[in-house]
Design a protein around this ligand. Structure first.
Ligand code: PGA
Ligand code: ZN
Length: 403
């Protein structure tokens, strides 16, 4: 493979903020853009080395001969070889670019290598494994940092999620859409946030009651199955050792937060709770996991800000028995080698993996290919809006090809 050029430029994400797009040019062009989060974890890798402009100018000045030299000793015919090329690429650009730029560059290289091998990215990554489809985790209602307030009120939890269970991926997508539309009606909602999630002034519990209702309707009237989850993103309202709820106003200490979340799990049969405790509190996550088991509840305890797609933080979470599922956001760490490592460690330790979009997204659907290629258990994205559904459509397209 011969790289003719690598081009980086700034584009706008779904929130209108600037992010990076990288094009790797061989005999064809392979494009990848990075998303951008709003409720970023403290332990995420820096998106850019200095800033977006300096990363763009570094990539545009990159000497492609140095990259092409890598292909002289390794032709990237297998996925294992391709990852060795990424390893060498990382040595080359080390400390020169941040995580957002590194992800876009590495994904572009992998797509180009896949094409050289007459494969699409998901096929190249899957290698000899049988492709498996994730379940979609769909963001239906936004609160917390993703809320915009209705009469100055919003639920304190950041995301209310539907996780459908259908026979095929496309059926799962249909069920999530149905749940989303029913929710809009029952909420009486008329506006959405930039992720296409409904906005409401209701409290966490009022919202959960509605979601529980929607689940019943889908079960009884449509004979389909959907589970409910929440992304509490609790670090965003944790201050002075308290969880500071605004709607309604109440401060909970760690012990009461654990009891409260476990009670919500019981009352609304929650299937999934993400970041229920602060991003530094590995033992708090463990205590909640124990409490859930002790009371006979069943629910995935998911790390996002806790783990930030970082192998070292995941190992710590495993050692502490903090979680049984992990969010994987490639641009939280940048390196696709590390993304792969996180997923492998998770699988070995029976931790479910949820590859995820960010709140600020682009048209890019790379995470859909990664979901199949890395055999992730779930994919989290929005239910409504083009930049969200592009990821879902890509998976449906792959599903059709495999039929
Ligand atoms: P983000 O948050 O705004 O950082 O993308 C989404 C999430 O917490 O899952
Ligand atoms: Zn999250």
């Amino acid at each position: 493979m011969i790289i003719k050029k690598v081009i980086a430029k700034a584009i706008r994400d779904s929130r209108g903020e600037k992010t990076i797009k990288v094009t790797v040019k061989t005999s064809r062009k392979f494009k990848t853009s990075s998303p951008f989060g709003k409720s970023t974890g403290k332990y995420e890798a820096k998106p850019y080395s200095k800033n977006l402009t300096s990363d763009i100018s570094y990539i545009n000045k990159l000497d492609v001969d140095n990259l092409n030299k890598l292909f002289q000793k390794n032709d990237g015919k297998t996925i294992a070889q391709a990852f060795l090329i990424l390893q060498d690429t990382e040595k080359l650009v080390k400390n020169k670019i941040g995580a957002n730029s590194l992800f876009a560059l590495e994904a572009g290289l992998l797509k180009a290598l896949a094409y050289e091998n007459k494969k699409e990215l998901w096929e190249f990554l899957t290698s000899k494994n049988k492709p498996a489809f994730p379940r979609p985790v769909g963001n239906a209602i936004g609160g917390g940092l993703h809320g915009e307030g209705i009469q100055k009120k919003e639920p304190d939890f950041q995301e209310f999620l539907f996780i459908s269970n259908g026979r095929t991926f496309s059926e799962c997508v249909e069920i999530n859409e149905l749940a989303y539309n029913l929710t809009g009606k029952l909420l009486g909602a008329w506006t959405k946030n930039d992720e296409g999630a409904w906005l409401t002034g209701k409290t966490n519990e009022e919202v959960l009651m509605i979601l529980d209702n929607v689940r019943q309707i889908i079960k009884n009237e449509y004979k389909k199955e959907v589970d409910i989850g929440v992304d509490i993103a609790s670090s965003s309202f944790y201050k002075d050792n308290k969880y500071n709820y605004k709607n309604p106003a109440v401060d909970l200490n760690k012990k009461h937060q654990i009891l409260y979340i476990n009670e919500l799990i019981r009352r609304y049969k929650l299937f999934y709770v993400e970041d229920p405790l602060d991003e530094n509190d590995f033992t708090g996550f463990k205590e909640l996991s124990k409490e859930i088991k002790k009371t006979g509840n069943k629910c995935h305890v998911v790390g996002d800000d806790l783990t930030t797609t970082n192998p070292e933080r995941l190992k710590k979470a495993i050692k502490n028995k903090s979680i049984d599922a992990i969010i994987v956001k490639p641009n939280q760490i940048g390196s696709l080698l590390k993304v792969k490592e996180v997923i492998e460690i998770a699988r070995k330790n029976r931790i479910k993996t949820i590859i995820s979009h960010r709140s600020g997204e682009t048209k890019d659907s790379t995470i859909a290919d990664l979901a199949i290629g890395f055999r992730c258990d779930f994919i989290k994205t929005g239910i409504h809006g083009k930049v969200r559904t592009r990821k879902l459509r890509r998976l449906i397209e792959i599903e059709k090809k495999l039929r």
